[in-house]
Design a protein around this ligand. Structure first.
Ligand code: NAG
Ligand code: NAG
Ligand code: NAG
Ligand code: NAG
Ligand code: NAG
Ligand code: NAG
Ligand code: NAG
Ligand code: NAG
Ligand code: NAG
Length: 817
């Protein structure tokens, strides 16, 4: 029952750390030692129940109450070790003449559902001699006084030879034994003493009295400033005519004070309740741990110190020193540790008059109050490695990591490792502390990512709650943490630029950071060759110089004497091609694309502008579609022509001659390709004196050439002299009075030759359709004119096609053709 709970819990721990729980202990795991008046059994692993084996036959289960009453104590440390301490004068050891003591204990390990319980027996025989007259033993749960009672024992031989025997036979013995407790003066017989949890026994030479520390009859006394618990008794052995009295007193210290760094334990040098006079001299002082004495060297190595002053024996043990252990605790989900160590002091006094020695042994477990030790998450993340590296600690070895809760899921340690988080337990060099290390790649979905493009950085955040547990009691607790890491995509570089007459100059300042980008100039990546050709480097910057006509630039627009050209520069993140910085510079460059030579030659350069992306400059022509470029490529078309060709027109404006032509696409392409027409022109000053040399070949004499052709004329009769309105076809016949004037308009309708002009000289009318109506030129008195006109009108009205007008001998004759 004592050990049941711890055992179960340790089983869980072992399963968690992978030790086979079925592993059964060998008998070697039960290590028995004689340590003066104490037997120590070290037991690992833990047992579930412990029994005392009395006189080889009786098996008595050691309950906590019985253990206290009978002189047994246990110690469990969190590592799964247990120790059993038994007073030599415990209830169940076989006492051979107060010199040899034989103890047999039995430890039971519970089987699982497959196996029986395993039972281990360990026996140990210790010799202890000589006893001092008085021996006081303070253990964790009881105080024991053992007084020499040689005379009484002789009188009362074989009355009680063991505690257990005593329990059954004391009353039947016929001797009366009473105990008087001080200072209460309560008198109890043996039965009452036993019932109240005390133990009383006599051995061949001694009387043993044992009491739990807080028993009713104990009391607190301040001894040299140290509170101590005292049990003070007188035992009377009564036979018919004889009463013998044996006084037995036990005095044990109560818990001590200490500072966080050092445990300081004050023991009085002179324990008043034990000694009636001052005639006691302290002879020996020993210190030990877990009931075992240490020598001076061992104590020094462990930084223990024992100082004997006028009034005290002062034991100092640094918190954390070897020999003790830390234990984890959880209070309000806060992590605490306590440090526990079980020092022992053995003191020996001599009473100088009677030369009686008193030996005093105290096993004194000291546990510090809980010391907060908040776990820390240490962040060993190097953002560039894109992995969170975290270490949670520091914990005692009794803490295990079970699981980790992420915002989206809970993963056990095994699942974490399967996911590649590489959860590792790390021990301190002295193997007393542990931390849990873990690596979580930024790319894992449990990591929250937030990109801030404008700052060129990404923030990675990991939120986690570590689920931990303390063994053996399986106390769960948690620790939450948020870690983040910022990965700079780049330090935003600055890009600036300007233009001179020919070139763009773009400066990229990467500000003392390693350039962490690639440069896209126009549509071209700035590679090594490109850089060699156009790039000059500064300390923290570089400058790209490109001519305005570079293929990497685009032409925005073209004017008669300038070209607007633009260069786009982008800095890209090489990992994802995201734009870190965009920069665009447009400048107008003074450029005459048209050249005029005095020999009458014109050249013109047409460029492809951005707004006509589909344009093929090779398809451009001058006004005369037959005049294409003399040279063209994807961006340029170069024209070379003389001013009197290719549809070039000429205008005289004051004293200049303006030659103009147009570069354009054939009509059907022009709209489709969004191209515009480019006017090219040349001015020549007309009154500039040029000296020209030329050869002439004289001609015989100037002559006019005759030629034939067709002219179209129209003749209309106006309604009056204003010539605003004309008679329509349906008005005819038009009636006029004699002598009333008729107003005709004669018009030359179409002529391809601008030099042809129509001049009316003579007009006449005939009565028939033949204009050569035989009228003699001189015969045109006004009186005949009507008739002539009437004929002419008739002729005209019947005309449905063009007429010919001829001038012959001052007579105008209209002829139907
Ligand atoms: C111990 O056992 C033996 C026999 O095994 C017996 O003779 C003896 O009386 C027993 N002693 C006590 C004190 O019970
Ligand atoms: C003992 O104390 C010294 C000085 O304080 C320290 O350096 C040393 O590590 C300690 N030894 C142990 C075993 O704790
Ligand atoms: C008391 O103890 C001292 C030191 O151990 C020893 O020399 C002496 O003989 C003892 N005296 C008696 C009476 O036991
Ligand atoms: C995670 O571990 C803790 C122990 O600290 C436990 O209480 C909790 O139930 C565990 N959660 C899951 C989902 O296993
Ligand atoms: C973790 O470490 C990284 C890199 O040293 C640092 O940038 C980040 O701010 C740290 N995060 C926390 C929460 O301490
Ligand atoms: C970035 O763009 C370049 C050129 O377009 C291409 O070769 C490269 O594969 C791209 N890189 C990424 C990460 O998309
Ligand atoms: C006119 O002069 C220009 C420039 O000197 C020359 O390139 C071109 O061939 C000349 N044209 C003719 C027809 O001589
Ligand atoms: C055509 O050109 C105009 C101006 O030059 C521009 O605004 C427009 O976007 C262009 N259209 C296309 C289809 O390129
Ligand atoms: C040409 O003629 C104009 C007027 O017709 C006159 O103003 C100008 O000065 C003349 N230029 C030269 C070079 O003779």
């Amino acid at each position: 029952i004592i050990c049941q709970m711890p055992y179960r819990l340790f089983c869980l721990l072992m399963a968690a750390v992978g030790i086979q729980a079925q592993q059964t202990p060998s008998i070697n795991d039960l290590n028995a030692e004689c340590l003066g008046n104490v037997i120590r059994l070290s037991v690992a692993p833990l047992f579930e129940e412990v029994d005392a084996v009395f006189n080889d036959t009786q098996i008595i289960n050691l309950t906590p109450g019985l253990a206290t009453q009978c002189g047994f104590s246990f110690k469990f440390d969190p590592m799964g070790n247990a120790m059993l301490f038994a007073s030599l004068q415990n209830c169940f050891s076989q006492n051979m003449d107060d010199k040899m003591f034989s103890l047999v204990m039995q430890f039971r390990l519970p089987g699982n559902h497959m196996t029986e319980d395993s039972v281990y027996r360990v026996g140990k025989t210790c010799s202890y001699t000589p006893w001092t007259s008085r021996e006081i033993l303070c253990d964790r749960n009881y105080m024991e006084a053992s007084e020499m009672a040689l005379n009484n024992v002789r009188l009362l031989t074989i009355l009680f030879n063991s505690c257990f025997h005593f329990l059954r036979q004391a009353v039947a013995s016929g001797y009366k034994m009473t105990v008087v407790f001080s200072p209460s003066k309560n008198v109890m017989n043996v039965d009452e003493v036993q019932r109240k949890g005390y133990a009383i026994a006599n051995t061949p030479t001694r009387l043993v009295l044992r009491s739990p520390h807080n028993a009713e009859e104990t009391y607190l006394q301040n001894v040299a400033g140290v509170p101590m618990r005292v049990l003070s008794t007188s035992t009377f052995f009564e036979q018919k005519w004889l009463v013998t009295r044996v006084d037995a007193t036990a005095v044990c210290p109560t818990p001590v004070a200490f500072t966080p760094e050092v445990i300081t334990w004050y023991m009085p040098k002179h324990i008043d309740p034990l000694f009636s006079s001052d005639a006691f001299t302290m002879l020996e002082v020993y210190m030990g741990i877990d009931a075992k004495r240490l020598d001076i060297e061992e104590m020094a190595a462990r930084n223990y110190s024992v100082l004997v002053t006028e009034a005290h024996i002062i034991v100092e043990i640094p918190v954390g020193a070897v020999g003790g252990y830390f234990k984890s605790h959880i209070q309000d989900d806060q992590y605490f540790v306590t440090y526990t160590i079980e020092p022992m002091l053995e003191l020996l006094w001599i009473e100088e008059v009677a030369h009686e020695n008193t030996s005093y042994k105290v096993l004194f477990p000291i546990t510090t109050p809980p010391m907060a030790r908040p776990p820390q998450v240490r962040n060993y993340t190097v953002p560039e490695q894109a992995v969170f590296v975290l270490e949670l600690g520091t914990f005692n070895l009794d803490v295990e990591l079970l699981n980790i809760t992420f915002p989206t899921m809970v993963l056990t340690v095994a699942e974490c490792n399967a996911r590649g988080f590489n959860v590792q337990e790390q021990r301190s060099p002295d193997n007393t502390l542990k931390t849990f290390r873990m690596e979580v790649p930024f790319s894992d979905p449990v990591v929250f990512k937030e990109r801030r493009a404008e700052q060129g950085l990404t923030t990675f955040t990991l939120q986690l709650i570590y689920g931990l547990v303390i063994f053996p009691e399986y106390a769960p607790f948690s620790h939450s943490a948020v870690v983040d890491a910022v990965l700079l995509d780049i330090v935003p570089p600055s890009v600036t630029g300007n233009c001179d007459q020919e070139n763009f100059h773009i400066t990229v300042d990467y500000r003392n950071q390693e350039p962490f980008f690639v440069v896209l100039v126009g549509k071209r990546l700035l590679n090594h060759e490109f850089a060699q050709q156009y790039l000059t480097e500064g300390d923290t910057d570089f400058t790209i110089t490109l001519p305005f006509s570079s293929p990497d630039a685009v032409f925005e627009s073209v004017h008669s004497s300038s070209v607007r050209s633009r260069l786009d520069v982008a800095l890209l993140n090489p990992y994802n091609n995201m734009t870190i910085k965009y920069f665009s510079l447009a400048c107008s460059f003074l450029k005459t694309l048209t050249e005029c030579f005095s020999n009458g030659t014109m050249t013109a350069l047409a460029v492809k502008v951005e707004s006509a992306p589909g344009l093929n400059p090779g398809q451009l022509t001058l006004s005369d579609p037959a005049c294409g470029p003399t040279y063209s490529d994807a961006r340029f078309a170069y024209f070379h022509f003389t001013v009197n060709s290719c549809g070039t027109t000429r205008k005289f404006i004051n004293n200049v001659m303006l030659y103009e032509n147009e570069i354009s696409l054939p009509d059907e392409l022009e709209v489709k390709l969004n191209a515009t027409t480019l006017k090219v022109s040349c001015y020549y000053v007309a009154n500039i004196t040029r000296t020209l040399a030329f050869l002439t070949r004289p001609r015989d004499k100037p002559f006019a050439e005759t030629g034939t052709g067709r002219l179209m004329v129209r003749m209309r009769l106006a309604q009056d002299a204003s010539y605003n309105t004309f008679h329509q076809e349906e008005d005819y016949p038009v009636v006029r009075y004699l002598r009333q004037p008729l107003h005709f308009e004669v018009e030359l309708t179409t002529s391809s030759d601008p030099k042809v002009a129509l001049v009316l000289d003579h007009c006449w009318a005939t009565l028939n359709e033949d204009p050569m109506c035989g009228l003699s030129p001189d015969l045109h008195p006004i009186s005949h004119l009507w008739e002539i006109l009437a004929r002419m009108i008739t002729c005209l009205l019947s005309l449905s096609g063009p007429c010919s007008v001829s001038l012959e001998r001052n007579v105008c004759c209209i002829k139907r053709l």
